[in-house]
Design a protein around this ligand. Structure first.
Ligand SMILES: N[C@@H](CCC(=O)N[C@@H](CS)C(=O)NCC(=O)O)C(=O)O
Length: 234
């Protein structure tokens, strides 16, 4: 959103503007970025936010992310806010082996996967809201939850078709889009049962040391409190 909300395009007041800083809600979409930063082995600082507290709405954080979401990343003197844009920028500037540059073989497929992560992500967000944020069951719609679960499962078919035949999304091996889609599939498993091919894919993701280093540390607030959320009776 450079050129968009006021926090974009400028360094964070009082912070070393050369430093990479990630604002992160453990287990949320910002885990995509934390995982990638670990893969890249670049120095960075982590600011952990608790989504259930007032952290995200505090004036201090509004100066970083005017919409109060995670991730936010300070990098190269700017703050950027979309996990997909962050992944592309980090790969372009710090991990070209995990990128597909314009003109390179696989470029279109790489871009498609990067953005498809948010097609999956929107259903995860809706289900997270219904199962976790709407604590009073009378506020939930069982019909919408059922529909969102079916729609989430359907998005995963595209990933399944690909990882049935190869370990990673790109034929050339692990790349930045596995951080985007891998987190999405790994999180989707809290709401839908995965096929063996998808289980195999997230097992390969979860075996990576950089992924393990992106899991919540002891005492950090966690977004999800169980492995699987059953649908309520309609
Ligand atoms: N499309 C954005 C979505 C960011 C987003 O909505 N993050 C969630 C966590 S997964 C959040 O901060 N939610 C807090 C809220 O909605 O108030 C991205 O991929 O970075």
């Amino acid at each position: 959103m450079a050129g968009g909300p006021p926090a974009s395009g400028g360094p964070v007041a009082g912070a070393d503007e050369d430093a990479i800083v990630l604002w992160h809600v453990p287990l949320s979409r910002s885990m995509r970025v934390l995982w990638l930063l670990n893969e890249l082995e670049v120095p960075f600082s982590l600011r952990v936010l608790d989504i259930t507290s007032k952290d995200m709405r505090a004036a201090e954080y509004a100066a970083i992310h005017p919409v109060g979401r995670a991730p936010a990343l300070q990098v190269d003197g700017s703050v950027i806010h979309e996990s997909g844009a962050i992944i592309e920028y980090l790969c372009e500037t710090r991990g070209r082996h995990l990128w597909r540059a314009p003109g390179a073989e696989g470029r279109l497929g790489w871009l498609d996967w990067l953005h498809f992560a948010e097609t999956i992500g929107q259903h995860i967000a809706n289900l997270t809201q219904s199962h976790l944020m709407l604590r009073d069951p009378s506020m939930r719609s069982a019909t919408v939850m059922k529909l969102e679960t079916a729609r989430l499962g359907r998005t995963l078919r595209l990933v399944e078709q690909t990882v049935e035949g190869q370990d990673w999304l790109m034929a050339g091996g692990f790349s930045g889009v596995d951080c985007a889609i891998g987190w999405s599939v790994w999180t989707a498993r809290r709401f839908v049962r995965l096929s063996p091919a998808l289980e195999g894919y997230i097992d390969r993701c979860a075996e990576r040391p950089a992924f393990r280093a992106a899991l919540p540390g002891a005492g950090e607030p966690v977004l999800y409190d169980r492995d699987f959320y059953e649908l309520p009776d309609a």
